[in-house]
Ligand binder design. Structure first.
Ligand SMILES: *Cc1c(COP(=O)(O)O)cnc(C)c1O
Length: 412
């Protein structure tokens, strides 16, 4: 056995082995998964725009008019009129001076964090932030203070310790695996007090939260107060790519320093046009955003009736925390056998001992589908030998950031 095969076996033994499943056809509320019809309950296509006729048509038209690829980085010859149109539209949507497109949300975080913090400085990062933020922090070479999840007292303590070296607070807007919302007002207050920048990754907020789906920053009434809002075009907007909303100076700084923007090919016209059309659909059909919220409430209620504990979720992301990785996989498999696709999320995506089924609601689900899903999940839990409520509570979450990550000591 080669070293890699051996390590793959180890992953299997620990319930951490991953493989890809295959969806045939578009990303609707029901899909064919490995040839079998299932209810899709783990897609971030929250508003049903990835398969919306207007969005598809816009993407197809753009490919016919402008071609498939951009042929170069946007700093060379890959910057096209469409990119500018989407950037203007996103800035307008988010209420910022400027917006800048990136290849993906992952790449945006890899670019922005090192552009705003470096050696000798300190970045403050919520312990449950997305992996791309963790990687952005690593690339930045700054010291990282990982504060307890949404714990603004811990954050305040870290800011005091760092003093002049504090540079940037970074947080998910909606936490991607927990579905709770960051305490943005307190975070912005602390940032002002300590003269550091704030960056909010609103990958799961755009299209889902706030007035007209403008995101968590708008929801908290903080438009104009957050230095950088990162978001993706790949989730509620149904396309691919990402954006950074900020002021004009920060945008020019990123054009000059963010390496994933400088050294990578510009977004293809079809993705850009798809996102433009998606923003139009959100503006003309605001009911979609309301339907998403109502659907999330309906699923939470149905799950509660089945005896599930939903932890702190207040959004379209609803985790069923199982505990051990292998058990979470067993529950997910039992659900799949019964026609519900909700994938098991395990370390390192979530802290050890908090493996879960991460349910993602879509506006395109019907209430009946969601109620039926809750019943199926309950039967799946039973079949897998998991008694909901006996899962490891969220408080037992260990730190997702690996140990050497703490350079500033933590509060006792
Ligand atoms: C999905 C996600 C990303 C990555 O966005 P992509 O466009 O898919 O690369 C970044 N941050 C958060 C919080 C996410 O959930």
């Amino acid at each position: 056995m080669s070293d890699l095969e051996q390590r793959l076996e180890e992953l299997k033994d620990r319930g951490l082995y991953r493989r890809m499943r295959m969806v045939s056809g578009p990303q609707g509320p029901r899909v064919l998964l490995d040839g079998k019809p299932v209810l899709l309950l783990c897609s971030n296509n929250y508003l049903g725009l990835a398969d919306h006729p207007r969005v598809r048509e816009a993407a197809a038209d753009a490919a016919m008019r402008w071609g498939v690829g951009t042929g170069a980085s946007r700093l060379v010859s890959g910057n096209m009129t469409l990119h500018k149109r989407l950037e203007e539209k996103l800035a307008d949507f988010k209420g910022t001076e400027a917006a800048l497109l990136f290849g993906s949300g992952y790449l945006a975080n890899l670019g922005v964090i090192p552009a705003l913090a470096g050696r000798g400085q300190v970045v403050f990062s919520d312990e449950l932030n997305h992996a791309s933020i963790i990687d952005g922090c690593r690339l930045a070479g700054a010291e990282v203070f990982v504060y307890d999840h949404c714990d603004t007292e811990h954050l305040a303590w870290g800011l005091e310790q760092a003093g002049e070296r504090g540079a940037l607070i970074v947080t998910d807007g909606v936490f991607s695996m927990d579905g709770d919302v960051a305490p943005l007002e307190e975070i912005v207050g602390l940032a002002r007090e300590h003269d550091v920048r704030v960056m909010v990754d609103d990958a799961h907020g755009i299209g889902a939260r706030g007035p007209g789906g403008r995101g968590t920053v708008a929801e908290a009434g903080l438009e104009g107060e957050v230095d950088v809002i990162v978001g993706t075009l790949g989730k509620a907007l149904g396309s691919y790519g990402a954006y950074v909303c900020c002021d004009a100076v920060t945008s020019r700084w990123l054009v000059n320093t963010a390496r994933p923007l400088i050294f990578s090919t510009g977004l293809p016209p079809a993705s850009v046009a798809g996102a433009l059309a998606a923003l139009d659909v959100i503006a003309t059909e605001p009911r979609r955003v309301e339907k998403l919220t109502a659907n999330a409430d309906a699923l939470r209620e149905a799950l509660a009736r089945e005896g599930f504990e939903i932890a702190g979720s207040t959004t379209q992301i609803i985790p069923l925390v199982v505990g051990e990785a292998a058990l979470a996989v067993k529950v997910a498999e039992a659900a799949l056998e019964r026609g519900v696709f909700a994938s098991a999320i395990r370390p390192p995506t979530v802290p050890a001992g908090t493996s879960r089924l991460r349910l993602a609601v879509m506006a395109s689900h019907s209430k009946d589908e969601l109620r039926e899903a809750a019943r199926v999940l309950s039967r799946a839990a039973l079949a897998a030998g998991w008694r909901p409520g006996n899962g490891m509570p969220m408080a037992a979450a260990q730190d997702t950031h690996p140990a050497p990550y703490y350079d500033v000591p933590r509060a006792a």
